[in-house]
Design a protein around this ligand. Structure first.
Ligand code: ADP
Ligand code: MG
Length: 261
């Protein structure tokens, strides 16, 4: 039986989908069996971001009882399993999101680690993905509005007696304007799982419709995601080994300067 980890946030756009994908890719890198499930039925982008845009059977079919959960699972070339939602809004109104939790036991049979790319805020979609969770990871940026909203969403998860693994602070920039990790920890009264730096490699990986762990394995963001995941999965990871050598850094800079890739 697998374990369901739901990724939630207060605000949208903080890096939930990026986290779901890269946590999944890192678990897969550590040879774990992993499935990522779309939790945003109204605005799904998990499938798009992993290059499986419109597939014939989706979570929508499962919720409408037109297909079994295993029939909506696709295998990414890397080995990650993905259960996307439909991009079409045609039958969306007929779907009862509260039905999602009825599939919990079925989902748990599909992989050892099941990651839900949850919805932001306190709405019906966010509640449905929290209801599915065995464990919760809260994603926030180190900014006051994101943290204030994160607090509300976390309270909702706590009310539902969910185990909160901790907070992942993403898009951390090297300036003094943002909040410090200890301030975030104090405000949210939850352990910090890790920090993911602001890194151009992420938007580039989204353009290439793949995890940054696959597109730029030696980038700062990729190493940070692997570190957090290793801790969660209880495996050893030597991030030093993945560091770009000086020579590689120089080649990259020269390529940028002279118009290479
Ligand atoms: P959410 O799922 O919470 O709405 P996304 O994962 O889609 O958020 O990320 C929102 C935007 O932020 C995307 O355009 C993505 O490229 C960017 N982003 C996320 N994490 C990082 C990062 N560590 N560095 C730079 N950009 C990032
Ligand atoms: Mg998202």
């Amino acid at each position: 039986m697998g374990k369901i980890i739901t990724i939630i946030s207060g605000k949208g756009g903080v890096g939930k989908t990026t986290t779901a994908i890269n946590l999944g890719a890192a678990l897969n890198y550590f040879e774990k069996d992993v499935l990522i499930i779309e939790g945003n039925l109204s605005t799904p982008n998990l499938g798009l971001d992993l290059n499986s845009p419109e597939v014939p059977v989706t979570l929508n079919h499962v919720l409408l009882k037109k297909a079994e959960p295993y029939e909506a699972v696709y295998k990414h070339y890397s080995g990650i399993k993905v259960l996307p939602a439909s991009l079409s809004i045609k039958e969306l109104k007929k779907i009862k999101l509260s039905k999602l939790k009825e599939f919990k036991e079925d989902f748990k049979k599909l992989a050892d680690y099941i990651i839900i790319d949850g919805a932001a805020g306190l709405g019906e979609e966010a509640i449905a993905s929290i209801d599915l969770a065995d464990e919760i990871i809260l994603v926030t940026n180190p900014e006051l509005p994101a943290i204030t909203n994160a607090l509300k969403t976390m309270e909702l998860a706590k009310e539902k007696k969910k185990k909160i693994l901790g907070v992942l602070i993403t898009r951390v920039k090297k300036n003094k304007i943002e909040m410090e990790p200890h301030e975030v920890k104090e405000m949210l009264e939850t352990p910090i799982l890790g920090m993911i730096p602001e890194d151009d490699a992420i938007p580039k990986s989204i353009n290439r419709k793949d995890a940054v762990i696959h597109t730029e394995p030696k980038s700062d963001a990729s190493r940070a995601y692997k570190e957090v995941t290793a801790e969660l999965a209880g495996v050893y990871y030597d991030s030093f080994k993945d560091r770009e050598r000086l020579f590689e850094k120089l080649t990259k800079k020269l390529n940028v300067l002279f118009g290479g890739k």
